[in-house]
Ligand binder design. Sequence first.
Ligand SMILES: Nc1ncnc2c1ncn2[C@@H]1O[C@H](COP(=O)(O)OP(=O)(O)OP(=O)(O)O)[C@@H](O)[C@H]1O
Ligand SMILES: [Mg+2]
Length: 368
Amino acid sequence: MSDDDAAEAAEGEASTDDSSEDSSTSGGTVPVGVKLGSTRTVIALPDSHGTENRIVRTLTCMATYEDALTGEEKVLYGEEAAREYPDRVEYMLRSGLPEDEDRAEMTKKFFEALIEENDIPADSGVVYAIPTIDNPAGLENLKSVIEDSGIGISLMESYPESLCGSIPAFGDDLEAIDEIFISVNMGSTNLEASAYRRGEQLAPFTTGAVTGNEVDRMIANYVEEETQGRVNIDTQTAREYKEEHADFVDFEPFTDIIQQPGGGTHEFTIERSVMDAVDEYLDDTVDELANTFLPELANDYMKVYQLALDRPVVITGGMACIPGIVEEFERRLSEELNRDIEATAADQPDVAPTVGAQRIAARLVENS
Ligand SMILES: Nc1ncnc2c1ncn2[C@@H]1O[C@H](COP(=O)(O)OP(=O)(O)OP(=O)(O)O)[C@@H](O)[C@H]1O
Ligand SMILES: [Mg+2]
């Protein structure tokens, strides 16, 4: 990934500043990776030189408005929609998948607008990183979004998000597909863990109880407590605090300012709220793994369990971006299991599922 792409991914802007509109490599089928996530949607494809990935990353939300001149319905998505239409912006995948037909329709509009604005080529082979969730209706709706999209004419496949997210953690190619390991995906609406044996998903476990969204709610509550009820923040602001300040290595207290309803401002400092919340999150994650997922894996696949725990556990997903979380996860899981556990993560765990999906797409396109 180029520095530009990295900076852009870090900024979370909806657009890309790649100077070239042409993302095809040699005029052939373009391999594309896509993750339609509940918080963010990420697309990866080769840049105009075909050497580096171009990353498109945007909030998964949209608002529609009527064109003032033509009366036509216009679609606005991502950060722009969230900023300009806070009153009616829709997060269609808030629960992780399109829950009903209306949300599926909205997701289609969102995805079409995103594809068009970023010139994702129709002649492409697309691999989707899909969450492992036991919700057949939601998965069916997601499938219809994927199948009705204008991209992936040559090839359309889906692979589990936690497998895709592990690929960049193992190396520059598809090494992960030949390995036996455990992957933990730390998302906004779900915690997912699976074992993989040469790409085969075993003993998948998911819970909606330990999530990035829950951390945001905790932060909002703790901020109220920490400021003796003087400061109320919404979960969007809580998420921003978490993404900017959570740090297991060297967290620094930070200040913010709110407007008082009667005029004037109030400045406050946050010392504990963010880290208390992510600390509990990590404890709960380790608890779910040690006491539910791993016993089930051991029960169903004892040999895989033994082999996998001798290797690094891969953590992926947005919550894995918190600095120092890999080491802290290692320490706490080792303590809980009473044996040495190693952990690892890709450089950018939040975009890793998309990057992994893109690599699979490249291989499938090459083979076809
Ligand atoms: N740099 C960061 N620091 C801390 N948290 C982060 C960071 N980046 C993203 N997150 C958090 O990670 C979560 C999003 O993770 P991810 O993108 O993997 O989720 P998702 O795939 O959309 O959700 P899910 O699969 O659970 O539906 C959010 O709670 C977000 O606030
Ligand atoms: Mg996810």
